[in-house]
Design a protein around this ligand. Structure first.
Ligand code: LMR
Length: 315
C-alpha cells in the first residue's frame, strides 16, 4: 500500500476514534458520544484532503454511520468505518498515517494531566495495535496529556522494536494556530511554538513571528504568550462542562496531518512545530530533519515525560 499511493500522490490514512475501553455503562457511553462530536469534523476535513486516498475510521461503536455519512462527499478518499476491538487490526492495516484523538476531554477546573489516568491506558493499547498492524505509519498523537502520551507511545514502540523517533509526533499545531490568531488573525502569518502542549510548557516565540512586528511591547508579548498557553482552558471554560476545543482542534489536526502527507509525497521544506522533537522538516521518511533548539526542557515537561515513561513500563 505504501508504494502504490506514491505513484498517484495520495496516501491511505487512518483516523482513529477511540472513546473508551468499554461501553458497558451509560456514563461511558455518554463520554464516548461527547468525544466523538469533535472527531467528526476531523473526519470531514480529512475526507476533503486531496492527498488522502483511503480514510479508515475506528471507534468502539457507531463508526459505520459516520463513515457512511462522510463517504457521500465527492472527494477521492475511499472511506471505511470499523467498530469494536475485533476490527482494530483491519482498520489499521496499510495505514501510512494514524491520527489518535482518543480519550476523554477535560472539564472546567481540570488540567490536561488530570486526564492521564483514563487516557494513558487507551493510548497504550492503541499503540500496541499500531506496532502490530502498521509499524511504519506516522503517528500523530492528539490525545491528552500529549506531554505524557507521546512518551507512552515511544515506550510501547521501543518495547515492540518498532520505535522510530522520526515517525511519532505530538500534535501541538493548535498552539501554533492560536498564536497566529492572537498575533494577527491573518493568513500568511507564522509564529513558531516550541515545547510541549500544556500550560507553561507551551512556548510561543512571538519574537520570531513573521512578518515581524516592531511595535509589540514586552507587556503585549507577555499577554499573547499567556493567552496562547491558556487557549485550551479558555475553550474548556467557555464550553462550561461540555468538552474542550473541537472545531479548532479538528482544523489543527488536519493541518498537521496534511503536512505529514505532503512530506510523504516528497514536497520539500514542510516545516512544522511538534512535540517531542520541536520543529522537524517532513519528508518521505516522516521527519527528514529535526531542527534543534537547544536545551529548553522545562521541569514541568520533564515530569510529564517521566510520568508517561513510568506508566508505559509498569506492566
Ligand atoms: C486544546 O489545547 O484545546 C486541547 O489540548 C484540549 C484541552 O483540553 O485544552
Amino acid at each position: 500500500l505504501f508504494s502504490a499511493p506514491l505513484l498517484n500522490g495520495a496516501f491511505s490514512f487512518y483516523l482513529f476514534f477511540w472513546a473508551y475501553h468499554t461501553t458497558r455503562t451509560r456514563r461511558l457511553h455518554s463520554q464516548s458520544a461527547r468525544w466523538r462530536s469533535w472527531v467528526q469534523p476531523l473526519a470531514l476535513l480529512m475526507k476533503l484532503d486531496p492527498l488522502v486516498s483511503s480514510l479508515s475510521l475506528y471507534d468502539i461503536a457507531n463508526t459505520p454511520g459516520v463513515a457512511a455519512d462522510v463517504s457521500h462527499i465527492n472527494s477521492p478518499a475511499q472511506v471505511e468505518g470499523y467498530a469494536g476491538e475485533e476490527q482494530l487490526g483491519k482498520a489499521l492495516e496499510g495505514s501510512d498515517v494514524v491520527i489518535i484523538p482518543a480519550g476523554v476531554p477535560r472539564k472546567p477546573g481540570m488540567t490536561r494531566d488530570d486526564l492521564f489516568n483514563i487516557n494513558a491506558g487507551i493510548v497504550k493499547s492503541l499503540c500496541t495495535a499500531i506496532a502490530n498492524y502498521c509499524p511504519h505509519a506516522l503517528v500523530n498523537m492528539i490525545s491528552n496529556p500529549v506531554n505524557s502520551t507521546v512518551p507512552i507511545a515511544a515506550e510501547v514502540f521501543k518495547k515492540a522494536g518498532t520505535y522510530d523517533e522520526k515517525k511519532l509526533f505530538g500534535v501541538t499545531t493548535l498552539d501554533v494556530v492560536r498564536a497566529k490568531t492572537f498575533y494577527a488573525a491573518k493568513a500568511n502569518v507564522n509564529v513558531p511554538v516550541i515545547g510541549g502542549h500544556a500550560g507553561v510548557t507551551i512556548l510561543p516565540l512571538f519574537s520570531q513571528a513573521t512578518p515581524k512586528s516592531n511595535n509589540l511591547s514586552d507587556e503585549e508579548i507577555k499577554a499573547l504568550t499567556k493567552r496562547t498557553q491558556d487557549g485550551g482552558t479558555e475553550v474548556v471554560e467557555a464550553k462550561a462542562g461540555k468538552g474542550s476545543a473541537t472545531l479548532s482542534m479538528a482544523y489543527a489536526g488536519a493541518v498537521f496531518a496534511d503536512a505529514c502527507l505532503m512530506g510523504l509525497n516528497g514536497v520539500p521544506d514542510i516545516v512544522e512545530c511538534t512535540f517531542v522533537q520541536s520543529s522537524v522538516r517532513l519528508g518521505k521518511n516522516g521527519a527528514d530533519e529535526v531542527l534543534g533548539l537547544g536545551p529548553l526542557l522545562k521541569p514541568e515537561l520533564k515530569a510529564s515525560i517521566e510520568k508517561g515513561i513510568q506508566f508505559a513500563n509498569r506492566s
